[in-house]
Design a protein. Structure first.
Length: 111
């Protein structure tokens, strides 16, 4: 986790130095049982939540807007939203994601 935070600070500092307007998006939820059964790689919900929390704290120290994709998608029916890999979204869920992202970008552009 320490290396992740250090790297994220480096990235955020570079973005600030470049004058970028940043909307930080959290990682979306996974179904670890499905994913870890279907794939050789491992993903764990607890890890994801720790990384999201750390990234939100760091993003806020740089005054970045946070688009809580995790919070948005965890409230959906993940069993109906995820593909067979337990990570990626199906077409319907991607529409929800796209609209949520679009709304976030629109709010920044109109401010």
């Amino acid at each position: 986790m320490h290396k992740y935070k250090t790297n994220l600070h480096i990235i955020c500092q570079a973005l600030v130095s470049a004058g970028a307007k940043v909307i930080w998006a959290t990682s979306t939820p996974v179904d670890e049982i499905i994913h870890n059964t279907a794939k050789a790689s491992r993903r764990y919900e607890a890890d994801l939540q720790q990384y999201n929390q750390a990234s939100i704290e760091i993003a806020r120290t740089y005054n970045f807007i946070v688009n809580d994709m995790y919070g948005k998608m965890i409230s959906t029916d993940l069993a109906r939203s995820l593909l067979d890999d337990g990570i990626h979204f199906n077409t319907e869920a991607n529409r929800v994601v796209g609209k949520f992202i679009g709304n976030s970008i629109e709010s920044v552009l109109s401010a």
